[in-house]
Ligand binder design. Structure first.
Ligand code: CO8
Length: 382
């Protein structure tokens, strides 16, 4: 007999600073003006193309994003820097990514009235870790005072869905309760000098506590009805930053002016292709997952989707429901938060689930680079 496994709480840490599209565009356009002025001769000679300005109207229309929370606003908005300023910390101090995860974890523990002694294991599931080792999860485990085990896993924006599936497996193998955290400082791997994507990401951390239903039945809980994971290789979203960079032979100055500041290993994507290929991949995955579990589409009350692009989510929801979804059925948080990678669908679940009644069903779905996608069908149990 398989154990009944439930999500018993979620937690959220939102950085205190927020950047509006207008503020971001003002900084970007100042950078463009500086760049074009400093390279006027080369531009005049036709050696390089002038950079084009960005626009708040384009950003909101193309993505649905209005603002984003960030760990450091001043560094991002400084046109001579355009990257968050994050001070290096001594090994004795908690890492910045761990600090955010611990705050989200404490929020989730408080919500479920649990303490560190109630947790058997910690999974840190995110799209970028602070370092290779020691694992972020082990640092977070130590900071919280959790005994047992901890490990990191990275499946880009789908990390949380893969993390929930992994927690489910650990519980079925004998663990009582697993804490899964998703700290994301997306602004540290975003090229704020790239007009095509400078507006896409924000920073946040989320946490989810998964437990065996018979271990404790208190307050709100969500039965994990079924999980499904899918990956299909694609070059359309890449982050090539890694330890091998250190050994790669320098190839000289790049012809791309955007590469003037070691930015060529940061996030890049073919946004249009991602859009076209990921919508059917995710829509069909969720539809088949629901069908295979005998869930009537009409009974699905909510889709807590990854928050990358508003039109993308509208199309996925339409593909699943067979009609346009209302904002209540497919809640949006990307207007405030932008794309927060693995955390996006969990923020939506955290903020927009309280009105579902016992027995009602929804789907948490994360998707992104890899390509990777995950679908978690949940039913409110208490
Ligand atoms: N301001 C004004 N104009 C602009 C701007 C700008 N900032 N940027 C582009 N334009 C122009 C273009 O030059 C183009 O002009 P033209 O038509 O003359 O060529 C025109 O606007 C249209 O450009 P696009 O075709 O690029 O615009 P889209 O309508 O496709 O919108 C989006 C761009 C918003 C990027 C859209 O394609 C999108 O959201 N796609 C899906 C992206 C997605 O879901 N990606 C997921 C990636 S995230 C992920 O998986 C996690 C990775 C790990 C995290 C990494 C953290 C850093």
């Amino acid at each position: 007999m398989t154990a009944d496994v439930r999500i018993v709480s979620t937690g959220l840490y939102t950085p205190p600073q927020s950047v509006s599209n207008a503020e971001l565009v003002e900084a970007f356009n100042s950078y463009v003006a500086l760049f074009n002025a400093e390279n006027a001769r080369a531009i005049e000679a036709g050696e390089i193309e002038p950079l084009q300005p960005s626009s708040p109207d384009f950003i909101e229309k193309a993505s649905g994003i209005k603002s984003r929370y960030v760990v450091d606003k001043a560094g991002i908005l400084n046109p001579r820097r355009m990257a968050p300023m994050i001070e290096a910390r001594a090994n004795e101090n908690l890492s910045v990514l761990a600090e955010m995860a611990v705050a989200a974890a404490r929020d989730a523990l408080r919500a479920a009235d649990l303490g560190p002694g109630d947790i058997d294991g910690v999974i840190c599931a995110a799209s970028n870790m602070q370092r290779a080792y020691p694992a972020m999860a082990v640092e977070i485990q130590a900071a919280l005072g959790v005994e047992g085990f901890a490990f990191d896993m990275n499946v880009a924006c789908a990390s949380a869905a893969f993390g929930i599936e992994t927690a489910l497996g650990l519980i079925r193998a004998g663990s009582r309760r697993i804490l899964m955290v998703n700290p994301e400082i997306c602004t540290a791997h975003l090229n704020f000098r790239n007009r095509d994507c400078h507006f896409i990401f924000g920073d946040v951390a989320t946490a989810v506590i998964v437990e065996r239903a018979d271990s404790a039945a208190r307050g709100e809980s969500w039965e994990i009805v079924s999980t499904r994971l899918k990956t299909v290789f694609s070059n359309n979203i890449r982050n090539n930053f890694g330890f091998i960079n250190h050994c790669e032979r320098a190839t000289g100055a790049s012809a791309d002016p955007q590469n003037s500041w070691n930015t060529d290993k940061l996030f890049v994507q073919q946004g249009r292709k991602v859009f076209k290929e990921v919508v059917p991949l995710v829509g069909d995955m969720i539809s088949a997952h629901l069908k295979d579990n005998g869930v009537d589409i009409a009974s699905v009350r909510r889709l807590w989707l990854h928050q990358a692009n508003l039109s993308m989510n509208d199309l996925i929801a339409r593909r699943v429901l067979g009609r346009d979804a209302t904002r209540e059925e497919a809640p949006v948080i990307l207007d405030d938060y932008a794309n927060t990678s693995s955390a996006g669908s969990i923020i939506a679940f955290h903020k927009h689930r309280g009105d579902l009644k016992i027995g009602e069903i929804g789907v948490i779905s994360g998707f992104g680079a890899g390509y990777s996608a995950g679908s978690v069908i949940v039913r409110r149990a208490s």
